[in-house]
Design a protein around this ligand. Structure first.
Ligand code: SF4
Ligand code: SF4
Length: 454
């Protein structure tokens, strides 16, 4: 337990003897379970509490439920499990909490508790979970195959045909909504855009690994290419193997901690942390999870030491560029007003707020205008927009209203989920703004500086 946590946790309470049932919350270090001092300072920052004003939809209410289970006073019921899946996992409560409550760890164990208890089991749900969490995302060649199928569906004009034919109206409303959210798969995956080893431009100062992600690779492989180029431009030799593994955040956030551990071991094996100055992630949701492999593998004697080294080398791209003192581009990308949406897992999960703004301000021609409630979740939250569409839509509408109010032409954000969620909303509401990753704007400025033959 950290000294911060010790200072606020009060006397260390022993777990009550009645608590004997095996469960993820029971297995969790009791010092984490007992940290909350019920002050309520997190409540105004919680989007679900803000929407309902119900205590059980607040961080404090959820933590009380988790503690009751950890104390053996409550069984995991369906209501408990649904509550844990109503939580966005946005971690705004962690930023607000003066007691240093580790809500991220509580949240993962609570969802694992919900799954272990089996209260949500149903044939359709089991099948979807087995296919996605248990199979598709355990080997990214499977995900790419699905990506190729969707790409063909889109490139051959079948999607436009289906949408224009009206046949979708015959489907249940939820399926229509899901079809409308189908991501556009890029013409090429990252491996076709980035060489396995990209040399540094000029003098080599660092050797870094680049994680290309899962959804990021399908939907935003161009952002991965831009990231590699920006790193090379700043003295990094960039190692980007064509075959990579999922980081496991999807698994950890959906109650499958053991699968998340398997993926963590795969990543450490593929990118031995002692061989790199940094391991780079450009997706906030992944980065927030990737930085905690040591916590995930704490009981694994074979990986414990390398997991600690891994965590120390794992850097979000904005964080790394600010740390090494990136070169400001000399050319701009044309006069544009840009506003910045803070992905929850960048600002709350990794406390990275200044660095993306530093990068945007360094680009000649860009004017940064602040987005009201920039740290408020957009409703993407991993797969939250798929499983809790009503709440996700409320949050998206709130975000889009703020974007419109800024009158910005460009919205920058450092997470594929946020980019996709807001791009969908902008398309549906015909809002004339460009959604972009901050690193793409930096890459475009470097290209402009190099000129057409650079
Ligand atoms: S993670 Fe977000 S939604 Fe969940 S309790 Fe914390 S602030 Fe509320
Ligand atoms: S989680 Fe933190 S801020 Fe919220 S009630 Fe508990 S101690 Fe207070």
């Amino acid at each position: 337990m950290s000294s911060v946590h010790q200072a606020h946790a009060g006397p260390s309470l022993a777990r009550p003897p009645s608590a004997h049932r095996l469960s993820p919350l029971l297995d969790l270090d009791y010092s984490v379970v007992q940290q909350c001092m019920h002050c309520g300072l997190c409540l105004p920052t919680c989007p679900t509490y803000d929407a309902t004003k119900l205590e059980r939809n607040s961080p404090r209410g959820r933590i009380a439920l988790m503690r009751s289970i950890a104390d053996g006073q409550l069984e995991a019921t369906r209501t408990f499990a649904e509550e844990m899946y109503f939580c966005l996992g946005c971690l705004a409560c962690m930023t607000a909490c003066p007691a240093g409550v580790n809500y991220a760890e509580l949240f993962e164990h609570a969802r694992a508790e919900a799954e272990e208890s089996g209260v949500l089991r149903a044939p359709k749900r089991n099948l979807i979970r087995w296919f996605t969490v248990g199979w598709l995302f355990m080997d990214l060649s499977r995900l790419r195959f699905v990506g190729v199928v969707i790409r063909l569906y889109q490139q051959l004009g079948l999607q436009s045909l289906v949408r224009g034919s009206g046949v979708l109206k015959l489907l249940p409303r939820r399926l229509q909504e899901l079809e409308d959210m189908t991501p556009t798969v890029k013409p090429k995956f990252s491996s076709a855009l980035i060489p396995p080893v990209m040399p540094a431009t000029g003098q080599k100062k660092y050797r870094v690994a680049l994680l290309t992600g899962c959804a990021q690779d399908l939907m935003y492989s161009d952002v991965n290419r831009d990231t590699a180029e920006v790193l090379a431009r700043n003295g990094c030799e960039v190692v980007t193997p064509a075959r990579q593994s999922c980081c496991g955040s999807l698994h950890a956030h959906n109650g499958e901690l053991e699968l998340a551990r398997q993926l963590a071991r795969k990543n450490i094996d593929q990118f031995p942390p002692d061989q790199f100055d940094a391991i780079i992630s450009n997706a906030a949701g992944c980065g927030s999870h990737l930085k905690h492999y040591a916590r995930l593998l704490a009981d694994d004697a074979a990986y414990r030491k390398s997991a600690h080294l891994w965590d120390s080398k794992l850097k979000d791209i904005h964080e790394w560029l600010a740390q090494i003192g990136f070169t400001a581009p000399k050319a701009g990308v044309g006069a544009q007003t840009v506003t910045y949406h803070e992905a929850c897992h960048l600002c709350h999960g990794q406390q990275i707020t200044a660095q993306p703004r530093q990068i945007l301000r360094a680009i000649p021609g860009l004017t940064l205008t602040e987005l009201p409630e920039s740290t408020w979740c957009c409703g993407s939250a991993g797969i939250y927009n798929l499983i809790q569409p009503e709440m996700a839509t409320q949050l998206l509408d709130r975000k889009l209203a703020h974007i419109v109010a800024t009158k910005a032409a460009v919205v920058a954000t450092g997470n594929p989920g946020c980019l996709a969620q807001m791009a969908n909303g902008i398309r549906q509401q015909n809002i004339p703004v460009r959604m972009v990753h901050p690193i793409t704007l930096l890459a475009e400025a470097y290209r402009a500086e190099a000129g057409p033959h650079g």
